[in-house]
Design a protein around this ligand. Structure first.
Ligand code: NDP
Length: 328
């Protein structure tokens, strides 16, 4: 038994602390697969965990970090052997189960997926939970039957992680993508990812009418709250909105008008407990359909020891696209 380096959240009287320190192997939680983490990433929820701005950490001490890629060190799970490359997202890792901002993680093998063919461990974390959620959103819109022939697709929070991947995926699938952002300076970045139009997010941020002009047939919403209400109010008849985020807020001050007068559908996206078969389908589609040059264009890199400073930044909407955390 030894130690490894990890970011650790501890509970204190005044709130919580975050420190980069040695962590004992003996204090890892139960699991049948131990992984040498090579890459992780920074998602909105990681910002909440590291800062304590919202109580997503429900066990202390906690190693934050909700997703990782890495190499199996030891396994009692029938599907995994030492040396296998694996990817993990969700399942409460970094919230209730010790997480990814560490050199080592122990999890249930049932939570893992094999590294998808066609993606490197680093690319898998450039996708990360955010990009995987963007794919789940696209799959939900596909299953609903809405297509580019029905009209444009809107992406809110477009310069963020979910948003950037959603823009690239929807554009590649043939949609006329409208990217809503509060960062006018990122217009060229978003056009580079495939956005056809930029919409100032201020247009969606203030309370509007129950029904507005029909502007898009589909939407991926990473923002929630008043923005999602306005997105619904401006969705074309029989269109669909995949709701996956809450960057503006968890509330949804809407009416039934878009649903009963236009047949609009609101599709909920939960990436945390997605069953294995759907997880593998999402990763396989990401490996096939996400343009790797666009993925590289939206990705920055930091070292594990630097990740602590990004918690506040991502919550304040100051992180563009995706950030890979290089662990080993
Ligand atoms: P990011 O911070 O990278 O992206 C969020 C984006 O939302 C920002 O970049 C910004 O985009 C926009 N935004 C931020 N604050 C506000 C605000 N007050 N009002 C309107 N827009 C705002 O986060 P992620 O991409 O990692 O996650 C996005 C959301 O999706 C989060 O709420 C996260 O919790 C959720 N999520 C949900 C999952 C699920 O399973 N359902 C899984 C993964 C993420 P811009 O500057 O372009 O306007």
């Amino acid at each position: 038994m030894g130690t490894f380096k990890a970011w650790v959240v501890e509970k204190t009287e005044g709130g919580q602390t975050l420190a980069f320190r040695d962590f004992d192997d003996a204090d890892l939680m139960d699991g049948d697969v131990t992984v040498r983490v090579t890459h992780s990433t920074v998602n909105y929820k990681d910002g909440l965990a590291m800062t304590g701005r919202s109580p997503v950490v429900r066990r202390f001490p906690m190693i934050p970090g909700i997703d990782f890629s890495g190499v199996v060190e030891t396994s009692d799970h029938p599907d995994y052997r030492p040396g296998d490359a694996v990817v993990h997202t969700g399942w409460g890792v970094g919230e209730t189960h010790l997480g990814a901002y560490a050199e080592r993680a122990r999890v249930k093998g049932d939570w893992l997926v094999p590294l998808p063919a066609g993606l490197s461990p680093e690319q898998a974390m450039a996708v990360g939970t955010a990009g995987y959620t963007a794919m789940l959103s696209l799959m939900a819109l596909d299953a609903h039957g809405v297509t580019p022939a029905h009209g444009p697709a809107l992406v809110t929070g477009a310069s963020g992680g979910v948003g950037s991947v959603a823009v690239a995926l929807l554009a590649r699938a043939g949609w006329h993508v409208i990217a809503s952002t509060g960062r006018a300076g990122e217009a060229d970045y978003l056009k580079g990812l495939g956005a056809a139009e930029i919409l100032d997010r201020a247009e969606l941020a203030k309370p509007g009418r129950p029904l507005g002009k029909e502007r898009w047939a589909a939407a991926v919403d990473a923002v929630g709250s008043v923005t999602l209400a306005n997105v619904l109010a401006m969705t074309k008849a029989d269109g669909a909105v995949a709701a996956c985020g809450l960057a503006q807020g968890m509330d949804l001050p809407t009416s039934v008008a878009p649903f009963i007068l236009r047949g609009v559908s609101l599709l909920g996206i939960n990436s945390v407990t997605t069953p294995q078969s759907k997880r593998r389908e999402a990763w396989a589609r990401l490996a096939r359909e996400l343009d790797l040059e666009k993925l590289a264009a939206m990705t920055s890199r930091i070292r594990l020891e630097e990740v602590g400073r990004l918690g506040e930044a991502i919550l304040d909407g100051k992180v563009r696209g995706r950030t890979v955390v290089e662990v080993a």
